[in-house]
Design a protein around this ligand. Sequence first.
Ligand code: CAA
Ligand code: FAD
Length: 380
Amino acid sequence: MNFDLTEEHIAVRDAARDFAQNVCKPGVIERDNKQEFPAEIIKQLGELGFMGMMVDPKYGGGGMDTLSYAIAMEEISKVDASVSVCMSVNNSLVCWGLEKFGSEEQKQKYLVPLATGEKIGAFCLSEPEAGSDATSQRTTAVDMGDHYILNGTKNWITNGSSASVYLVIAQTNPELGHKGINAFIVERGMEGFVVGAKEDKMGIRGSDTHTLLFNDVKVPKENRIGEDGFGFTFAMKTLSGGRIGIASQALGIAAGAFELATAYSKERKAFGKEISKHQAIAFKLADMATEIEAARLLVYKSARDKDMGRNFDQSSAMAKLYASKVAMEQTVEAVQIHGGYGFVKEYHVERLMRDAKITQIYEGTSEVQKIVISRNVLRD
Ligand code: CAA
Ligand code: FAD
């Protein structure tokens, strides 16, 4: 097994690291305070080719592998998880879902501007009463022959107000259960589609999370993704890839906090020496480094599974479950190593700690990842 990164992966890592440090870092505290969506940064990420990294170049993408994407996600997330969640949803839920399952017409019309970063996408599965229990879709899509009529409410939608292309999951045939669910491409501006309230959040405060309302929205039949009834399978398959993105985000948050804590421990003196020379602190750093490396290996393994065409449902769930746990635990340790300074915004680690929590909730809570893993393990 080769654990070395290729020259291409190193180039992606360096470009992402440079972008994170020079473009994302200035203003990150202010954007968090003001809950300001990083519109200009996302535009530049698109120009760099990071909004459609894995998409075939014939559709305007970067043609890179999933490992490159995971590496870039880690670097951006070290600095600004509000930027990286936008990047993750666009790359692995919206672009990948459309490229893998969309029609040629849908790819030309929607994937190309999403992959080039000209437009931003959103993925709309969750509802007020259908989060983990995702088959309980209340949003309806009534088949009217040449079009569908959508009614319902989606909540917690990332890129809710910045997107212009929305992949919306809705129930067409309730009597068929999850086999009656469809996925649709809804455009911003379609009559009856309303972007509702923005959430005031603990973390990823620069990300625009919104409720979306659908009031008799007429969606042409050609905007349905796949065959009639394919919507739930579409959501599940797409989420498996998305979970690699969020696992990489969690890894980046943990690694960013570790880098800050290590640097701080070498500067801060207490009892006549750098705090890194107190074994209690040095051991914290040893544990952090070990946990982060273990998370990285799970993330890379899952990315590799996907790139090799192997099933990655289980490995992506494992990567997300573990990396998000590491992010939460190790950001708390990073704050501890900073002492009182860790509790104030200027030192960044308190924000990373707040941002870490969401990685245990979205794209399937940790409990949901355990459902996925246990079902796979028991089936095997
Ligand atoms: N690939 C293909 N089919 C799949 C599948 C997969 N990965 N996972 C499930 N299915 C199929 C099952 O085989 C089953 O079909 P059959 O009945 O034909 O066998 C069908 O889907 C229903 O599956 P389950 O019986 O397993 O369904 P369940 O009700 O027990 O729920 C679950 C399973 C894993 C909990 C699922 O509901 C789930 O993943 N919930 C979490 C939802 C989620 O992750 N939401 C994230 C929203 S997006 C987001 O959060 C973005 C962001 O923040 C940035
Ligand atoms: P619930 O499903 O009500 O869960 C509550 C608790 O019960 C959790 O701890 C859960 O793990 C546990 N639980 C539920 N069922 C079980 C079970 N069977 N076994 C054990 N424990 C269980 N959704 C989208 O569709 N698109 C987005 O872009 C998006 N972005 C988001 C951004 C943010 C900031 C947030 C907060 C959420 C976002 N979500 C998005 C929604 C997210 O995916 C859901 O919040 C998540 O799936 C959990 O659903 P819920 O909030 O309804 O919690």
